[in-house]
Ligand binder design. Structure first.
Ligand SMILES: [Zn+2]
Length: 495
């Protein structure tokens, strides 16, 4: 019997956010062990589902899920959170060993207050524990800020190649198959990583559109060459002030280091030639609202880029609602995080009247609190299950106690205690609000809402709102990133 351990943690850390990713928050989100992991994720489209899918395809292989936790993006991990997560994973590996292989479900853009590269450090610790002969397979999010250390400590690394991320399961299954080939001695992977001094703006990260689609097509061409095991285009995550922040390109071949280097460098050069197109776009708030009203009838979706929950924003930004009120726009649907406003709704009860200040509480960059008057239409515990495809392949969401309110001007609002962004329209429907009935839907995200909103959207607009995840990167003060780097230093060049 071949025994393969499964473990991991996933967090995207926005170092410009003041809200720390504490151990309590991970515990509330769920630190899962053993069969609970299988129960929660086996039927999803997530990374863990991909790892577990190897089982039925590989007789004689026993997959053992040990520890997994994930948390909505916010600020850096506290030392306690990082320490506890590492201890749980390493203890479980130590207790259950020896292993024939280890699969790690990671993100790649985590930062801890006491460590710039937690994924690199964890992979190195796992390597030290299992020794050089036991293969390690790692999966990363396409927003990973990849370090040489992560790649060097693993035998194979695969990365989501779609944004929105709808191939998490597929990439994880690919990783698991490559790991099994390593265990059997059928392949001898060698990797090359290219890290051009380049950022891709969040607005240009959609993989269905150029220039990202051009880069992915070139990567797919390389992937078909003999001796090539895996080629990954990695967008990186610009809201983390760390040395490895930025785009990267990873090629893994079967024992051919020169070929791996050639492919990684070719992709880096192609991206560099597209650097201006990778950093453009965005509408002002008023431009976006007017464009939405000028479009075809039916819902126009406005992506609130500065309050992108999936990028580490709080989800209580009010810039768009203030502007909609100024412009007298009545048919708007959005979710807004505000625990106090939820309590006021609970006190009023369904059908009751509320008159509250809501939003704009977590961070002044996200706009001032907004006065809301209207009727509570429903209350919930904030748990809902997605129908249809979602970013990352997840299916269960928990926004904490929530309420729906229809305001005097006709807005439909979901007020929530926590926020998971707008990843599923069930966020509205489970509280009785039908998104298709609204003229404008404000989505708290940039790419992650697309799988759920695209089927009903008549037009889509990306709004350059201020905030912790603003598209305007010049508003952040970086201390640890590489220099020079495009677009911050226009004269940066490819080494
Ligand atoms: Zn991502």
């Amino acid at each position: 019997m071949t025994r393969i351990a499964i473990a991991g943690f996933q967090h995207e850390s926005n170092t410009f956010s003041a809200i720390p990713a504490s151990w309590e928050k991970f515990e509330r989100s769920g630190v899962l062990e053993g069969d609970t992991i299988r129960q929660r994720y086996a039927q999803s489209q997530s990374t863990l589902a991909g790892f577990l899918a190897l089982g039925p395809q590989a007789p004689g292989v026993q997959l053992e899920p040990l520890v997994f936790t994930r948390l909505t993006p916010m600020g850096a991990l506290t030392p306690q959170a990082r320490g506890n997560i590492f201890d749980r994973i390493l203890d479980a590996l130590r207790r259950g060993g020896p292993w024939d292989g280890v699969l790690l479900a990671l993100h790649g853009a985590a930062v801890a207050e006491d460590c710039d590269d937690p994924e690199g450090e964890l992979t190195a610790a796992v390597r030290a524990l299992v020794g050089p002969a036991v293969p390690i397979g790692v999966t990363l999010d396409m927003h990973a800020n990849v370090s040489q250390r992560m790649i060097a400590q693993a035998d194979v690394t695969t990365v989501y190649q779609t944004n929105p991320h709808i191939d998490a399961r597929e990439q994880a299954l690919r990783c698991a198959r490559l790991l099994l080939d390593c265990v059997a001695g059928r392949i001898h992977p060698c990797a090359a990583l290219a890290q051009p001094p380049l950022v891709v703006n969040i607005l240009n990260q959609g993989t269905d559109e150029a220039p990202m689609s051009v880069l992915l097509a070139r990567a797919a061409d390389h992937q078909r060459r003999p001796g090539v095991l895996s080629v990954s285009v990695i967008e990186g995550y610009p809201y983390a002030d760390v040395p490895d922040m930025g785009m990267s390109f990873l090629a893994i071949t079967d024992g051919r280091p020169d070929l791996a280097r050639e492919i990684a460098d070719d992709l880096a050069a192609l991206a560099w030639s597209q650097r201006a197109a990778l950093n453009q776009g965005g509408l002002s708030i008023e431009q976006a609202l007017r464009a939405a009203l000028a479009g075809p009838p039916g819902p126009a979706v406005l992506f609130d880029v500065g309050d992108n929950v999936g990028g580490g924003s709080p989800g209580d930004g009010t810039h768009l609602l203030h502007a909609a009120r100024r412009l007298g726009i009545g048919s708007v649907l959005q979710a807004l995080r505000d625990a106090d406003a939820v309590r006021a709704c609970q006190a009023a009860g369904p059908g009751g009247l509320v008159d509250v200040m809501a939003g704009g509480r977590q961070d002044s960059r996200h706009g001032a609190p907004l006065r809301l008057r209207g009727h509570v239409t429903a209350l919930s515990d904030g748990r809902y299950q997605a129908k249809g495809p979602t970013h990352g392949g997840f299916s269960h969401y928990d926004d904490g106690p929530s309420a729906s309110v229809v305001t005097d001007e006709g807005w439909g609002l979901v007020l929530s205690t926590l926020s998971s962004g707008t990843q599923s329209l069930e966020q509205f429907r489970h509280l009785g609000l039908e998104p298709a009935d609204y003229r404008i839907i404000v989505a708290k995200g940039v790419h992650s809402p697309r799988p759920t909103v695209a089927p009903i959207a008549r037009s889509m607009h990306w709004v350059a709102t201020p905030g912790v995840t603003t598209a305007d990167l010049s508003t952040f003060e970086y201390h640890h990133r590489r220099r020079p780097m495009y677009p911050f230093e226009a004269d940066a060049c490819l080494p």
